[in-house]
Design a protein around this ligand. Sequence first.
Ligand code: ZN
Length: 252
Amino acid sequence: MDISIIPIFDDNYVFHILTEDGLSVVIDPGDAQPVIDFLNRHELPLHIILHTHHHWDHIDGDPLLQEKYGCEIWGPEHEILRILHMNVFLENEQEYTLGTDSFKVIHTPGHTRGHIALYFEKHQVLFSGDTLFSLGCGRLFEGTPTQMWDSLKKIRALPDQTQIYCAHEYTLDNARFWKSIEPENPKLSKTIEDILEKRKKNISTTPTTIAFEKDRNPFLRADDPQLAYALKKDGQTPEEIFAYIRKLKDNF
Ligand SMILES: [Zn+2]
């Protein structure tokens, strides 16, 4: 399975998947033209659009792409009223075949109620949409902090080497936030240096890995005593700590 990154707008990523048997798939095409340009450049058709959630910057490319390629649209069953013209309604915790590959739907509510992440177990790849970002997580538009924390714990339980493809390039801003709440973390300065180096060369910080995020991402570490200590929140529950840092980040 080949994965390519198609940058759109200021900081969104659309992902293209080509399975071994030639099935051509895009995830969350918020804009059609960059996807069409990519497909033309590689002389590829488009068979399926996959969606993690209903926000405009993830679905607005659908009408043009469906008209041009006659592709199917697959998306979360709970967002059936928010994503038009869906052919397949992806059910939580179910497995779906995609040519020679398959993926499991992981329900990750918080950013939106029906949000899903797509897990390709054989390849150890996760498309996390706007739930998990490198060093960050999505805003809580339709969910509670506890829901989001539970969603992030589901993702954190995947194998360490899992590659995570996040739908936005927010990593540098997230790192600056991390610095503001845990300035003494020994991994901080090298991590920021590496991000700056990549971004200077216009290299994406996606994919990241579970191992990298578990060690650093404050939103995956709401139950880490070291973070609680840095925040002077010893004794608080992970849910309280998560809610606290999510609120700080909203106003950062
Ligand atoms: Zn979103």
